[in-house]
Design a protein around this ligand. Structure first.
Ligand code: C2O
Ligand code: CU
Length: 504
């Protein structure tokens, strides 16, 4: 195993503390919500000991920005950008174009030949992972395949899958969290004939929302997680939507298709409307569900997508409605302890809207456990709240940190397998993700003890809350080669919570 160089922690262990007693000390702080005080040196003085980072709500006066739409042939140029974020002035971060944080929305039809040129204008390596797309391993943005500063790479693949809201972001070893947090991410929308035939709301009634919390300070989006922030994942006090803070969107009295990506490094949102009204889930990570699901709130973990119909037809003219995140339990000490507003909708014009949500959206055959020939168990509990490797904190899967030279699971192509993610004794949420495939979720025991309505259909993410054991079923009709599976809490991923499967 080659030497590893995990996120370095400032000065914490230079005092000669025994690692094991430090861990005990940290975990007792976590359990008791203690403050460690300012006498530990380094970052410890302002470290937030597993307590939630409070969200600061803005004024909701700046119009929602909608990312530009580009087609299957385009150039993405990761670079340093300066962008005007209301309430902060000019903030520096990263973008795929000079115009601001994030990148354009890539929109293609199923079957399209994609040809995307990555021109790396950062001063460090990067690459792109096409999250949710089933594409050849060499195009998937594996950390073995990076593009050095000043170089270019051509991503070339065919989109062979159903309509859905996928996304893209860097996937370089131990730099993913930093590059995504500082602004590199974008949406990848696939359309197909079956979805088009449903005539779902489109044009100005289709709103993409990339929800991400950020730290913004001294005119920049800094990335310097403390040990505690590696433990919980990095969270920020400002919730941005499409790269803008506290936006407002004017709407008509009609049904809108609101397509949400939780593009946050670590924060879980419990989405709801401020008036308590229900909304309808029509799709998730892997496209449309079989049938619409009406809910009043929806838990969305990092990396997950939610395709929603929100009905503004009953809202009075000039009334205001907020998309909020409600409190939730079971998220560990650092999550779900606060309700906050994310964005505002204002109903500004009265129209007649004849759209009704189709009772049948698609037809997905549910897979059953008996179809699987192999089952594998993954311990994701990290019961010691991560562990120390020299001066760095790690997270593990089956007690192993990521090693690009190790294949963790060998898979026969075409096999159907059941994978169980066991977070029974864990204290942190772990949003687990597999590259190269879409899967179905079979069951959840412990914690929430059941599947939630957005967990029907095809998924590439599954949120495993503390106490939960979640079973998924995966048809590996994938390309041959080496693919990743990992926790999509990006600080967990970058501190080792990632493995590799190889399809023969
Ligand atoms: Cu969106 Cu391997 O990640
Ligand atoms: Cu995790």
């Amino acid at each position: 195993m080659k030497p590893r160089n995990f996120i370095k922690l400032s000065g914490l262990y230079t005092a000669g503390l025994l690692v094991s007693s430090s861990i005990l000390f940290l975990s007792s702080c976590l359990n008791n919500n203690m403050d460690m005080g300012g006498n530990m040196g380094g970052n410890m003085g302002n470290m937030n000991m597993g307590q939630p980072v409070p969200v600061t709500e803005g004024n909701f006066t700046t119009p929602l920005a909608i990312p530009a739409i580009v087609g299957a042939t385009t150039t993405l140029t990761p670079q340093n950008v300066s962008t005007n974020i209301p309430g902060f002035g000019i903030v520096s971060g990263l973008g795929y174009t000079p115009t601001g944080l994030l990148g354009p929305t890539i929109k293609v039809n199923s079957g399209a030949a994609v040809n995307i040129n990555l021109v790396n204008q950062l001063n460090e390596k990067t690459n792109i992972h096409w999250h949710g797309l089933k594409i050849p391993a060499a195009m998937d943005g594996h950390p073995d395949n990076t593009v050095s500063a000043g170089s270019t790479f051509n991503y070339n693949f065919t989109v062979n899958q159903r309509a859905g809201l996928y996304w893209y972001h860097p996937h370089t070893e131990m730099l993913t969290g930093k590059q995504v947090f500082r602004g590199l991410a974008g949406l990848f929308i696939v359309n197909d004939a079956a979805e088009t035939a449903l005539n779902l709301p489109s044009g100005n009634r289709e709103l993409p929302l990339v929800i991400q919390d950020k730290i913004i300070s001294s005119g920049t989006i800094p990335y310097a997680p403390s040990m505690m922030e590696v433990m919980t994942g990095l969270m920020g006090q400002y919730v941005l939507v499409n790269g803008g803070y506290a936006p407002i969107q004017n709407v008509e009295t009609a049904k809108y298709r609101v397509r949400i990506l939780n593009g946050s490094n670590a924060r879980v949102y419990n989405l709801a409307l401020s008036n308590g009204a229900s909304f309808t889930i029509i799709g998730n990570d892997g496209g449309l569900l079989n049938n619409p699901q009406k809910v009043n709130s929806l838990l969305v973990g990092p990396g997950e997508r939610a395709d929603l119909i929100i009905d503004f037809s009953q809202t009075a003219l000039n009334s205001e409605l907020f998309l909020i995140s409600k409190m939730f339990s079971g998220g560990g000490n650092a999550q779900g302890t606060q309700e906050f507003k994310i964005m505002k909708f204002k109903t500004t014009s009265q129209v007649v809207d004849n759209f009704t949500v189709p009772a049948t959206l698609s037809s997905i055959n549910p897979l059953t456990e008996s179809m699987a020939t192999i089952s594998r168990n993954f311990d994701i509990q990290n019961t010691d709240l991560g562990s120390m490797n020299g001066s760095a904190m790690t997270h593990t899967i089956n007690n192993k940190v990521f090693d690009t030279n190790r294949i963790d699971e060998l898979i026969a192509n075409g096999a159907i397998e059941v994978w169980t993610f066991d977070n029974t004794k864990g204290v942190e949420p772990h949003p687990m993700h597999l590259h190269g495939v879409q899967f179905q979720i079979l069951s959840r025991t412990g914690g929430r003890n059941s599947l939630i309505p957005s967990e029907k259909g095809w998924k590439d993410m599954v949120l495993c809350m503390p106490g939960e054991k979640v079973k998924i079923i995966i048809p590996f009709n994938a390309y041959a080669g080496k693919f990743l599976f990992h926790c999509h809490n990006l600080e967990h991923e970058d501190s080792g919570m990632m493995g590799q499967y190889k399809v023969n």
